[in-house]
Every structure is written in structure tokens, then in C-alpha cells.
Design a protein around this ligand. Sequence first.
Ligand code: ATP
Ligand code: MG
Length: 257
Amino acid sequence: MRSATSNSSRYSSNLSWITDTPFPAPIFASHGETGSNTSLRPGKNDADSPSGHADAGCRRLGVFGGTFDPPHAGHIAAVTAVLQQGVCDQVVFVPAGTPWQKAGRDDLSSPDDRYAMTVLLARELSACTVSRVEIDRPGPSYTADTLVLFRERFPDTELLLILGADAAIGLPTWHRAEEVLALAQLAVVPRPDSGTELLELAERLEGKASLFFVDMEPVDLSSTGVRCRLGRGERGLAGLPVPVEEYIRKRGLYGTR
Ligand code: ATP
Ligand code: MG
């Protein structure tokens, strides 16, 4: 992982552990729960539950929010990079219940379908779990609310908000953005063609946030692209885990029925 500019201390002075710490062995592999009926209530592996693994010795928790409609290999690559580089010990995916940035869109899959698909994807990964906190919270899904909750539940755990570059660039416009920056450090994962804007963001956040760039080859995949390809009748999509595609077809999502 590298800091936003060549002057790394500007962004990483309070996070020297990121480069000093070797790749941590996963504390344990954990996955959210799912089932054939995918009613999906909180389970023992849900990071929100009292027995969730995030409070079992995790020092650095990566919080990865999104719509995940559907989750794909770009998300896997992002999480794998932050775990392998020692940015976080564990990662919790947080599918948005009501993504305020996508308000007015009537083509979103249901929160429970998106949660179920995210759980299926997380099962492919070590040290990852999935939280229902935003799915179960009424109203717009604000990251600030989620971070407040995680801060309360895991007071001794560093929180790192994992963001793709597009999301990071939009962060200053988020609801209670300053609170978000106070509650979590930012781990920014590249997406194709995001370089210049990211440097502008780094300048803008100077002194206001701990902002890091995760070293990763950009992955040219998006949920929008996956939905389009499925809608056109493509099958066996590269970048879509088989269990997720099977779920999509079973549920007839994205025009697959
Ligand atoms: P959509 O096209 O519907 O917006 P998406 O692929 O951008 O979907 P989201 O659920 O919107 O996926 O994104 C959740 C988080 O994952 C965001 O921070 C986003 O930037 C990041 N992300 C998504 N795709 C990638 C990718 N290919 N590489 C790195 N980060 C990604
Ligand atoms: Mg997106």
C-alpha cells in the first residue's frame, strides 16, 4: 500500500503499522450465513452479533460498504489486497439497505437478495464476514451511522473504511462526511482511470483524514457491467463467483428468467 503522495508522512503518520506489520495470519476464516431460503437473519458469524468475530481479537477491521448488486471479483480483489497487505486483520462487508446515493432507482435488487449474494461471495474468502446492520436499519443507509455503531461495539479496534476510488472521490459529499473521516481511516482501492481525481482528493483531505492507496492492479469490473451482461443472456461470467451466479439464476435477478 502506498500513501497518497510521495510525502507519505502527510497521510500515514499515525498508521505506520500498515507498512511495518507483516501480513497477518487470518484470526480465523468466518463467513456470514446463508441458506437455501435465504431469509438470512443475523447469525453467529454476523459481525453485528455479540458473538461476531470482529470483537474476538481483531485489531484492524476493514469496513467495506456497497450496494453489492451483485458482488463480483472486483470486490474480492479489493478485500484480498487489503488483507494481504496487512491493512486489516478482518473485513466486514456491509451491504446497504437503502443506498442513498442510488435513491430513486427502482431496479435495485432487494436488500435480502444483495445480502445473500454478498454472503455467498464472502464464503470464498478468509477473514471476511457480512453484516446486516444497514439491511436491518430503517431509512437511508449512512456510513456514519454504521461506523458509530462499530466504534461502540468494538472500542479497541481500528476501523478502516475500504473504498473503491470512485467512492472515495465522492466521499466529501457524503452525509456527515467529517464524522466518517473522524471515525475511520480510509483504504482506497484503485479502479480504472481514477488516478488524477484521486490525487485531487488527497490534496483536499490533507490534514483531515488518514488516506492510503492500496497497491492493486485495477480490476475492470462493475456490478453495472455484470447486470448488463447477464441481462443479455451471457452465462458463466468471468468475475462472478459461481455460487453468486447460481443464486442470481435461481432468483431470476437481472432478467435471467
Ligand atoms: P455499480 O456498478 O452498481 O455501482 P459497483 O461495481 O461499483 O456497482 P458497488 O457495490 O457500488 O459496486 O461498490 C461497493 C464498493 O466496492 C465501492 O467502494 C466501490 O468503489 C468498490 N468497487 C466496486 N467495484 C470495484 C472494482 N472493480 N475494483 C475496486 N473496487 C471496486
Ligand atoms: Mg458503484
